[in-house]
Design a protein around this ligand. Structure first.
Ligand code: BTN
Length: 285
């Protein structure tokens, strides 16, 4: 049985069929704890609170129909319009070395990418380093991985994912956002009928995402190398001329890949090679 706790403003809501959003009873989620909130500050913040208080079951999922304080990367906010998008966090106990923790970003990013591809079959879906998911040059999903390290092990992880599903009006300050609905409209307009055969239902996209996450986290433990290769295959603007902000200047170069520790490899136009952590270089779009 899926255990479901439906809450609003942190009070449990009577679970009448009318208030429970449609959800799958997919057998793969048997035994998975799923917390489903109508409104929550942040699914990642809730996951971190669960982890501080106890030992939630591995694979626990936290979903919110709306977040009031959604967290993005580098301390930014993550915006979502109520009910329109997916805000999901999954709890894991990866038990890997801290030097390997970028694998969590890789596994999550591939799972999200493949999910988007399933509902946007003719789109070009790429992963922008370190782990944004793009359709063409538009951002459709973001990922926030928070880990706890004890000694020489990554003991727990809250893998947070935001996917824009139905949203069509975004705040003006977001650079180039898109959603599944907008991209499917584009595909339909350019006559790609397969996009229409799979209907767009949020709970189905969520189910696909959860299954993809399960598969990719498993793969992380037994075939990390091919996961890394796959990440490279889908890496946005790899081996293409690009321009970056770096050291307060603008430089031209080419992304040649990503190290296993997550550093971005760039070959600059003057022939120099460099490896950069998140925040040290920025690709100019
Ligand atoms: C980014 O692109 O900056 C990362 C955005 C991550 C957003 C998701 S939504 C679900 C989870 N809960 C949060 O507060 N953030 C992540």
């Amino acid at each position: 049985m899926i255990s479901c706790v439906l809450r609003h403003q942190n009070k449990a809501i009577l679970s009448t069929p009318a208030t429970i959003p449609p959800r799958s009873s997919h057998p793969d989620f048997a035994g998975t704890a799923i917390y489903h909130f109508l409104v929550l500050d942040s699914t990642n913040a809730f996951a971190m609170r669960l982890l501080q208080k106890g030992h939630p079951r591995e694979g626990t999922i936290i979903l919110a129909a709306h977040q009031t304080a959604g967290r993005g990367q580098s301390g930014r906010r993550w915006y979502d319009a109520p009910g329109q998008n997916i805000c999901l966090t999954r709890i894991l106990y990866p038990d890997i070395a801290p030097q390997q923790q970028f694998l969590l970003n890789i596994a999550t990013a591939i799972a999200v990418r493949d999910t988007i591809q399933a509902y946007c079959p003719a789109g070009t879906i790429m992963i922008k380093w370190p782990n944004d998911v793009y359709v063409g040059d538009r951002k459709i999903a973001g990922i926030l991985i928070q880990t706890t390290i004890q000694g020489q092990r990554v003991t727990s992880c809250a893998a947070g994912i935001g996917i824009n599903v139905f949203e069509t009006d975004f705040p003006e300050d977001l650079p180039n956002p898109t959603s599944l609905r907008l991209e499917r409209r584009r595909l339909t307009a350019s006559s790609h009928p397969p996009a229409l055969r799979v209907p767009l239902r949020k709970y189905e996209v969520q189910d696909t995402l959860m299954l993809e996450l399960t598969a990719r986290f498993r793969q992380m433990h037994h075939d990390a190398e091919s996961l890394h290769e796959e990440y490279h295959t889908h890496l946005y603007r790899r081996n293409m001329p690009a321009v970056f902000h770096h050291d307060k200047t603008t430089r031209a170069g080419v992304i040649t890949g990503v190290e296993t520790d997550g550093r971005l490899r760039i070959r600059w136009d003057n022939g120099e090679q460099g490896r950069y952590l998140h925040g040290e270089v920025e690709l100019i779009m």
